[in-house]
Design a protein around this ligand. Structure first.
Ligand code: CO
Length: 247
C-alpha cells in the first residue's frame, strides 16, 4: 500500500479538485443532441487549462480523455461524434486529471433529460453503494468490509455487481495496489494503512452481472443489454476517517 506524505496529499487534493470540476462541467453540458466527442473535447481543454493533464489519454493506448458510457455500456465507452445523447438515456462520465504527477479519478452517471424511474433508481442505488462502502473503511480494518457492504446493498436492491472491473489504489500511478473489488467477504482483503488513497468505483448492473468487451478492445457492455451505472471517487483514508477528494 502506498502511504502518502503531507506534501503528496496536497497534490492529491488538487488533482481531486480538478477532476471534480471536470465532472461539474460535464454535468452542465449534458443534454439531448450533444455528442460524447464534444464532451471529451470540453473536459480535456478544461483539465489542461487547470495546469493538469488528462490521466486517461494514451493510457495503455486509450484514445481519449474521458470514458463516456451510454446505457448498457458499463465502462470505457470511447467518445465519438456518432454517439449522440438523447432524452431518456443515462451516460456515465469517467475522468481523471494528473496534477504535478498525482492522479485524481472519478465518475458519475448522469440522466439525459427526463429518464425512467427504473433508471433513476439504478443511479441512486449505485451512489448509495459507494457511501455504504466507504463508511466501513478504517485504518487497520480490512478492505473486504467495503467490498461486502457494496455487494450487499446492490443485491438487496435487485441489482448485480460487475466482477471483472474493480477500484484501485491511486497516486503517482492511476492504478496502484490494492485492487478494490465491489464484491466479496468482509474478512477478506488487505488490512488498510493510514494515509492511503483509493479510487472506489461501484459498477452496478440493473440486470445480470455478465459483461462483454466490444471488438474495439475497450467498450464494456452488459450481456443482457440492460443499463449499468458507475459512481467513483478518489478518497483518502486517515486515522480520523475518510476524506473524499473528488466531491
Ligand atoms: Co478508477
Amino acid at each position: 500500500m502506498v502511504v502518502k506524505n503531507p506534501a503528496e496529499l496536497v497534490l492529491m487534493k488538487k488533482a481531486g479538485e480538478i477532476t471534480k470540476k471536470a465532472l461539474d462541467l460535464a454535468k452542465s453540458l449534458i443534454k439531448p443532441n450533444i455528442s460524447t466527442l464534444e464532451l471529451d473535447k470540453s473536459l480535456k481543454e478544461y483539465i489542461i487549462k487547470c495546469g493538469a493533464t488528462p490521466s486517461f489519454l494514451h493510457y495503455q493506448g486509450y484514445p481519449a480523455s474521458i470514458c463516456a458510457s451510454l446505457n448498457d455500456v458499463v465502462v470505457h465507452g470511447i467518445p465519438s461524434k456518432d454517439v449522440v445523447l438523447k432524452e431518456g438515456d443515462i451516460i456515465s462520465i469517467d475522468v481523471g486529471a494528473c496534477y504535478k504527477g498525482y492522479h485524481g479519478d472519478a465518475a458519475r452517471t448522469f440522466p439525459v433529460g427526463k429518464i425512467s424511474p427504473e433508471k433513476e433508481r439504478l443511479i441512486k442505488v449505485t451512489e448509495e453503494c459507494f457511501f455504504v462502502g466507504i463508511e466501513k473503511l478504517r485504518v487497520g480494518g480490512r478492505l473486504g468490509e467495503l467490498s461486502s457492504a457494496i455487494q450487499q446493498h446492490a443485491e438487496k436492491n435487485g441489482y448485480s455487481v460487475v466482477r471483472e472491473l474493480v477500484g484501485h489504489g491511486i497516486g503517482r500511478q492511476m492504478h496502484e495496489y490494492p485492487s478494490v473489488p465491489n464484491y466479496g467477504h468482509m474478512d477478506d482483503g488487505p488490512k488498510l494503512a493510514e494515509n492511503i488513497c483509493l479510487a472506489v468505483e461501484p459498477m452496478i448492473n440493473m440486470g445480470k452481472k455478465d459483461i462483454f468487451m466490444e471488438r474495439d478492445g475497450w467498450t464494456i457492455r452488459t450481456k443482457d443489454g440492460l443499463p449499468s451505472a458507475h459512481y467513483e471517487n478518489t478518497i483518502l483514508l486517515t486515522k480520523n476517517g475518510v476524506e473524499i477528494l473528488t466531491i
